[in-house]
Design a protein. Structure first.
Length: 148
């Protein structure tokens, strides 16, 4: 089993793992295109954080895994991940030979600080979070599926 969003009792943090560029149907977005994948990952992170009462502004740490990394890719990767963000989080970028599937060029993990009043229980099982469609719209029924 894989958890993509975890909150901790007593500490108002949300941990997001395995954020890749997939759409609401689990299909890869932007094969071969680091920037398109970073854009979709930013959407998916935004949706996952919203489910626990946070925004991308609450991210305090991120780790970005990049297939075929080279310095020229930095604007394509961090442009979408930083769009609209007031302050960049502590960040680590790791070049890797491959991820879990060859279609994916990026994977992002983040830790977000949650004000205690906003900390919520994360849905699991049938009510688990779904990726955001590549168009940026929520999947049909996503709101009604999220129960605490």
């Amino acid at each position: 089993m894989v958890s993509q969003v975890v909150t901790t009792d007593g500490e108002p943090l949300a941990h997001l793992s395995g954020q890749v560029a997939w759409d609401a149907d689990g299909r890869p977005v932007g094969p071969g295109d680091h920037e398109a994948q970073a854009t979709q990952i930013a959407r998916n992170i935004e949706a996952a954080l919203a489910a626990v009462g946070a925004t991308r502004h609450d991210i305090i740490k991120e780790t970005v895994y990049v297939v075929d990394y080279r310095p020229a890719l930095l604007p394509a990767i961090f442009g979408p991940l930083r769009a609209g963000i007031r302050q960049a989080p502590a960040s680590t970028l790791v070049g890797v030979p491959a991820l879990f599937a060859p279609e994916y060029l990026l994977e992002v993990e983040v830790v977000a600080a949650l004000p205690a009043a906003r900390a919520v229980r994360v849905p699991t099982g049938e009510n688990a979070l779904r990726p955001v469609p590549a168009t940026g719209n929520r999947p049909a029924g996503a709101e009604s599926d999220r129960k605490n």
